[in-house]
Every structure is written in C-alpha cells, then in structure tokens.
Design a protein around this ligand. Sequence first.
Ligand code: AG3
Length: 279
Amino acid sequence: MGMEGIWFTELETPGLVLGLKLKKVIHQEKTSYQSLAIVETEVYGKALILDETVQTTLGDEYFYHEMIVHVPLHTHPFPQRILVIGGGDGGSIREVVKYPQVKEAVLVEIDERVVVNALEHLPELSSGLKDPRVKIVFADGISYVAEQEEAFDVIIVDSTDPIGPAAGLFSPEFYRNVFKALAPEGIFVSQTGSPLFAQELLKKIHKELRTIFPITRLYLTTVPTYPGGWWSFTLGSKKHDPLEVNHGQSRVPTRFYTPAIHRGAFNLPPFIKEFLNEG
Ligand code: AG3
C-alpha cells in the first residue's frame, strides 16, 4: 500500500486500525496523566489525541458534542446548572453555553494540560470555556460528584475510554453518586463507547442505570474517527423522557442535531435491543 508522509494510527481494536494522514504535528507533550498530541490531519483537520487515542477532530467533533449535549439539554425543560466531567477540550461546554437559561456550567477535568492546550491550539472547541458562566475545576470527577447533592440539572460524562483514570466514571458507585448529585428533575448522560465493540460494557452500564434511574435509554450517533465509526450514549433520567420532548421554540444553532435526529437516535436496531435486554 502506498502511504507516503506521516500517518497517525490508532489500534481501535486488536484487529482494526484507524489511519489519519497528518499535515503536521502541532504540539506534543507528556502530562502527569497521559500523552497528549495536537495534530493536523489531512481529512478531518485538527485533532486531539490522548494516549494514542483520537479524542476529537474538527471534522467530526460536532456529531459527538452536539449529541452528548443537546439531547439531555432539550430533554430537561429548564436546564440551568450543568456539570461536564472530562471534556477538557471544551467542545461540550461550547454547546452548553448556547442555552440562555444556563446559569452555571462547571467543567471538571482531571488534566489541566488538556484545557491549556485546547485554549492555545483548538479555539474552535475551547472558545466556550471563556464564557463567564463557566467554572473550570481541575479535579477527579469521581470525588467531585461524590461531594454534590441535588446540585445539577444535567450531568454529562465526556470522558476517555473506560480504562485508566476514566474507569471509575463507569462504576455503579459513581452512578449512584451522580443520581444524588442531580436535582429532582435531573438527567445524566455518558458517552458509552462503540455499539459494535463495547457490547459487554453497554450491557453492564444499562443494567446498572436501570436499577438507579426511573428512565434509562441508549442512543446512537455516528463519529467517523471513533472505533467502528458508530458511537453510543447512555442517558439516565429522574423524570423527563427523552422520547417525549416537545422541541417547540427551544432550538439552538446546530450543525448536526435536529429534533428528528434526536428522536431517530433512540431507534435501536434489533440486535442492540436484544443484547441490552439480556442484561
Ligand atoms: N471523548 C470520547 C472519546 C472516545 C474515543 N475513543 C477512541 N478513539 N478509542 C471525547 C472527548 C471529546 N470532548
């Protein structure tokens, strides 16, 4: 195969590689938590890579950030206090601050270097971090959430894969603390990996959340630069059902999310329904 030039490759699964041809490496460092690189890819533009894993690229970040934010923020009738765990690149917060009713958006990121580098090299993602309603806390999201009580309307976990420091963000104990940290009409969403390659994890998360939240739902989107190109989010809600949203006048400017895409994202193929219900 002819592959001149520099390629970044991610081993997505033991048998699958993603290859991105690079125009240049913008920045590289080793932080206290992980290796961090910001590169410019030929096809998807600038990308953030943590521990050799694509976190986001400008070419497809909005598929992911709009779906992780606008689904819960449209499901909640009046979201005012929002917590984002992880997401130091700022992409999720950029979407959160589009809502005039949001009074406070807290970003809890464990690795300060992600935020610093995003502010310097990825303004397209990080611009929202400068909004006066945003508070950035450099801490472990797990202990942060454990200390909160009925403090947030929406909690979003925009984490790395469930290994290393992020593993605890997928544990039953964390989910119970999230429930406690949410207001009575609160909604929780987490990115939960590939519906093709993370089925065991999805099954486990779904089963646990069903024991905690009255409403638990999985929804899907496409993210071309994530393993398999197809991604899942799991939502837990105390009161409001994401399937019963009346979008009315509540639209914010988006490039990917629409009311029809919101509804459609919850239509699961039979093989996914089956493995979720086996759990
Ligand atoms: N968080 C989800 C990244 C998962 C990517 N996994 C992978 N490439 N193996 C992204 C953070 C963006 N704000």
